[in-house]
Design a protein around this ligand. Structure first.
Ligand code: IMP
Length: 433
């Protein structure tokens, strides 16, 4: 005991990286459980901005060990880039601190090419993927023809597996999509070199975590993406190909539920989405521009991985209640409350209207949200800058009311509130847990 899990409650980009960074200070091990370099976590420490795609944000705390779980898909070239970048900034990323599950799957240039080809073929009906090869790598995994990280322990044999995979995928690229495939032999020899560098990092992550939990170490599971992008429980087909939810965390790390302590749902104080798909509370007016920002600041609403402007809207309480149900959150972390400063009135979606019915919960999965119109409650905004607040009492009454309303809607406590990008710009209610 104990295992704490961080899960995105929306469509990703909720600010999970900084919540992980904060809680990593009190954890022994930090482990990512799903996705790949489609994720992007931005963490600011002492004016230094870190953009992490694969390595858990916990790496910035020197006392932790960090793990890439079995549920992940790993692009080895990108991982090595990230290792080298952190190393050049003086962060210890040696194999004593960083571990890769032997059961994680490996992304190749063929997966990336297929991701792009499938997106282009969907033309008007694109999913808006990050084109990082995520879907095709998980497809190979489900088809039981994927490449697993454990195979990198024998670089030459791994290289021949890669070559065969590249040849097979190359035929699809050529014959179905009329594309020039990447060269199988070149890719195989590059992957042989990646394997030689990465093999010291590969281990049985599930076993390491299980042992640590038995020894009463604190394990923090770091989420990527968010509940509404879950392959089964999100806004299918506009989802990712993994399970960024509480059950996905257990599966993706290879540990059972008996050690669970906190399940922290991270939600922004408003709603954003990158990529296509339904978004009932989306807005397009000047408030949207204000919420999105110009892109000049690292915290503005532009993708960390792709740089795409994010779609923005008001906080959707119906979808948040859904995320609470799917994940069994024990508490919420509310991020970016400071961004709402100066907006008046604030709107909060508390129900959906469908003909004459008012629904506070979804009647079915969130795949088709088109029949619903958001029912908003208006809240008085506040004008003061929140970025200097340290305690709950520093927040203006209007901001406290807004937080209380989110608590009432979800029947959960908001135990962490972020009010700026710096490490210390978080109001904490969770210390006495
Ligand atoms: P994929 O994961 O690249 O296949 O993309 C599938 C969908 O998930 C697209 O709408 C992406 O924009 C979205 N997505 C994937 N990763 C993230 C993330 O880290 N944050 C937000 N959206 C994401």
């Amino acid at each position: 005991m104990p295992l704490d899990i961080i899960v995105g409650a929306q469509w990703g980009d909720e600010g999970k990286g900084r919540i992980t960074d904060l809680l990593s200070a009190e954890a022994d091990m930090v482990a990512r459980y799903s996705g790949g370099d489609n994720a992007g976590h931005t963490v600011t420490v002492d004016d230094q901005l870190f953009k992490l795609h694969l390595i858990p944000s916990g790496i910035l705390h020197p006392h932790t060990t960090c793990h890439l779980g079995a549920g992940m898909v790993v692009n080895p070239a990108r991982l090595l880039e990230e290792i080298d970048q952190l190393d050049s900034l003086g962060v210890d990323v040696s194999p004593t601190r960083l571990k890769i599950s032997s059961a994680a799957h490996i992304i190749t240039p063929a997966h990336i090419a297929l991701d792009g080809a499938r997106e282009s073929q969907r033309s008007g009906d694109m999913l808006g993927t990050t084109r990082r090869g995520i879907g095709p790598a998980y497809s190979d995994k489900a088809a039981r023809s994927g490449l697993r990280a454990g195979a990198m322990r024998q670089p030459e044999e791994f290289a021949s597996q890669v070559q065969k995979h590249m040849q097979a995928a190359g035929e699809v690229l050529e014959k179905i999509y009329s594309l020039e495939p990447p060269d199988p032999a070149d890719t195989a020899s590059a992957y042989c070199e990646y394997a030689k560098r990465l093999r010291p990092y590969i281990t049985d992550v599930g076993n390491l975590l299980a042992q640590a939990l038995e020894e009463d170490k604190v394990v923090l599971a770091e989420g990527a993406q968010g509940t509404l992008l879950d392959l089964d429980h999100g806004t299918y087909p506009y989802v990712t190909s993994s399970h960024p939810t509480t059950p996905g965390a257990l599966l993706g790390l290879g540990v059972g539920p008996k050690h669970l302590r906190r399940i922290i749902g991270v939600t922004k104080a408003f709603q954003t989405r990158v990529g296509s798909g339904p978004f009932p509370t989306e807005i397009f007016d000047e408030t949207a521009d204000r919420l999105r920002g110009t892109g000049e600041n690292p915290w503005d609403e532009y993708g960390t991985t792709t740089g795409r402007p994010r779609r923005v809207g008001w906080l959707d309480g119906v979808l948040l209640r859904y995320a609470v149900r799917v994940n069994s959150f024990t508490e919420l972390a509310l991020t970016k409350l400071d961004i709402l400063s100066g907006l008046d009135p604030l709107r909060l979606c508390v129900a959906y209207r469908h003909d004459d019915d008012l629904l506070s919960d979804l009647p079915d999965s969130p795949a088709d949200l088109s029949p619903f119109t958001p029912e908003y409650e208006e809240h008085t905004g506040w004008q003061i800058d929140l970025s200097q607040a340290h305690y709950w009492g520093d927040l203006p009454p209007e901001a406290q009311d807004y937080v209380h309303r989110v608590e009432a809607l979800t029947d959960l406590k908001v135990r962490l509130i972020s009010i700026g990008p710096e490490r210390e710009q978080v109001i904490r209610w969770d210390r006495d847990l």
